[in-house]
Each structure stands twice: as C-alpha cells, then as structure tokens.
Ligand binder design. Sequence first.
Ligand code: SAM
Length: 388
Amino acid sequence: MEKFFEKLDSSLKNNSIIKMTLSKPVSKNNELRNVYVKPILLKDNKMYQFTFRYERRDETKNFDAKQMMEQVKNLVPDVFQNVSLFTLTEDVTLLVSKKDKPTLMCKKINEKRDVDLSHDHEKQRLIDPTKPWWNLLGLTTRDGKVMADMQHKFKQICKYVEIVDGVMRQTKFDDEIHIADMGAGKGYLTFALYEYLITHYDKKIVMEGVEIRKDLVVKINDIIDRCKLQNFKFVENSIEDYKPEKLDVLIALHACDTATDDAILKGVRNNAKLIICAPCCHKQVRREMEKSGKFDSITKYGIFLERQAVMITDAVRALVLEYCGYKTQVMEFIEIDNTPKNVLLVGRKSEKNVDKEAVAKQIKELLDRYGIEEHYLWKNLWKNCRTY
Ligand SMILES: C[S@@+](CC[C@H](N)C(=O)[O-])C[C@H]1O[C@@H](n2cnc3c(N)ncnc32)[C@H](O)[C@@H]1O
C-alpha cells in the first residue's frame, strides 16, 4: 500500500498522471460506484478533477495535488479496493483483497503518451445550462447550474444531441430545416436539439413539438415566448392529425406503442429526409402474438415473448422504412430514466431503387412465423393513401 502511495506521489510531482480510476467499492450498498480522476488546467493551475459516479448521477470536484492525495488516502482502501493509475511511463494497478491484502502491479510503458488537460465537460458541453429555458423547464437553478437530481437527465440530453447531430450531418438539407418532434412531452429533448441546431448549424431551423396534452403545450409555448425563441412552437395535436407544412426531420422519442407507427407514417407520407425514432411500449404486436397461440421454444416463456414482440415490432418498422425507400439503421440509444427501451431507428431517404417485393416478403415471413395477423404500421401504410 505504501509503495502505491509513493508511486502516486512521484507521479504527482512529475506531472505524469494521465488518469486514474478507483473502483470495486468495499460495501455493496455504497451508492458511490467509482471515482474517475483526471488532471485539468483551471485558470492556468494544474488541478485534479474527480468525477464521483453514483448510481444515478455524477458529481465533479476539483482538487490541487495535495488535496488529491488526501482524497485518495481517504478512499483507498476503506471505500474502494481497486485503483488503476495510468501515467506517462507506467500503468499501476492496486488490488486489495477481501482480507485487506494489497497487490501492486506495475507495467512500464514504451509508447509515447500525452496528458490531456481539457475539462471533460468542455467536450460534453453541447448544451449550455445557463440558457434561460433550462431554468424555466426545471433543469437548472437560476444561476444556470444543473440541479443535482437533474444531472443524469442533462447528461442524457447532451448524449441525445450528439447522436442526432451525427445522423443529421450525414444528410443533405436545404437552407431551412423543418423538424417535428412527435410526442414531445415536457420538451427537454426538443429544446436541446433546437438550441444545438441554432447554435451550430448555418441554416434556418424551424421546430415544432407535437403533443396531445394541452397543459404541456401551454406551458412550453409560454417558455418559448418568454425566451423569445424564433421559429419554434409546440402544437396541441395528435400525431395522427398533425399536418406539417414541410417536414425534413421527423423525431419520435418514446411515443407510446402505435404512436411511434403513426409518427413513422407521418414522416413517410410527408417525404421526410430523416426519420428518427426511439420506440416505446410494444403492446400491439404482443397482443397479436398472444392471440395466435403460436408459441415457439423462445416465446413460450413470458419474458422472452415480450422481448421477441419488441424485436419483431421494431424489425418490421425498420423493414417498412426500407420498403418506403429509406436506408435504415438500428442503433443503441441512451437510457431515458433507466428504461430498457434503448433502440433508435434511423431512416434516411435514399435515391436508390428498392426491391419492394423482396422486402414485403421478409415482412410477411416474419409476421407469419409468429402468427401475427396485423402489424399496425404495415397495415396502415396504405390507409387513405396512394399505393406504396
Ligand atoms: C413518454 S413521453 C416522451 C416524451 C419525450 N419525447 C421524451 O422522450 O422525453 C410520450 C409523450 O407522447 C405524448 N403522446 C402519446 N401519444 C400521442 C399521440 N398519439 N399524439 C401526440 N402525442 C402523444 C404523451 O402525451 C407524452 O407526453
């Protein structure tokens, strides 16, 4: 143990620490999961940024070298049993056994390494928490600090913006981008995307949040007015009845059950360039599977039936998008409130011809295999509409 602290001390003196992680809490009940430490430059002073990772939030504190050492001594070995220290010249691992026996492993490094002194949050700060709407939406204090119980949400918001930005950058738009966020709810993600796009895109952004709940629409429009945000509004409407003037990007995040299908239909029928949705509660297909009584060795188990229903619902959605001429990707999304509904369907309108017959055959085979008579989206694709 002493040797470890000697090594930590000398790497502090040499300014050679790249990063360090304290992990494996002694107590299983400890809410603090691990601590990530990295050097940063704060007003020209070298400091050490500690990110305390709790189950549902992160807390960041900065310490100078002396305080850094004290912190680590307070935490190791009483709170954490493992330490991984990465320096410019060696990797040091400390493992403390249940019987308090420490083992130290050191590995010399030959490759050239650098110390990154930038703030992690500088990189993540895609969204500015000091903007007045975040306070009005209830995420930040009046002086623009993210509230402790909203840290998790704020991180998710930043991650969401990063993902959508990545997808949008691969799509060609005209000088104006018309975006509709269907089932926009409390508006966190809608505001985040709007803020990011008006700040980072050299195009006119026209954003509409579609929400069936009047109370939310009134509240959000009041915030939009108070912040004098241009070309941004919430409309009180159902996704089914919403009629966009123009639609380039359709977003539907966790719109319940078949509301996601209605949103996809809205995007397809309005020829959206980009359709992005994170589906939620897949009840319709599950009911069809149960009704058929056609269970296989997987779906005869309740939990697997539910998971398979989710997969089939979303696989058919992805195939329907392909059928309608969209190049489709299925990717991991972020956890919103720890939901396992963690899939993002992304359809990008393509100029390439699609073998519709082949895609339709795949959809039919999939539905037949599980005795599903009706998939809401596949069925409604032709309703009141031209032939696809
Ligand atoms: C689970 S919340 C998701 C909110 C937000 N998109 C997010 O991911 O944080 C779903 C929202 O969709 C709205 N919604 C559900 N069905 C809808 C429909 N058919 N038309 C319009 N809004 C709908 C609900 O009122 C609710 O606010």
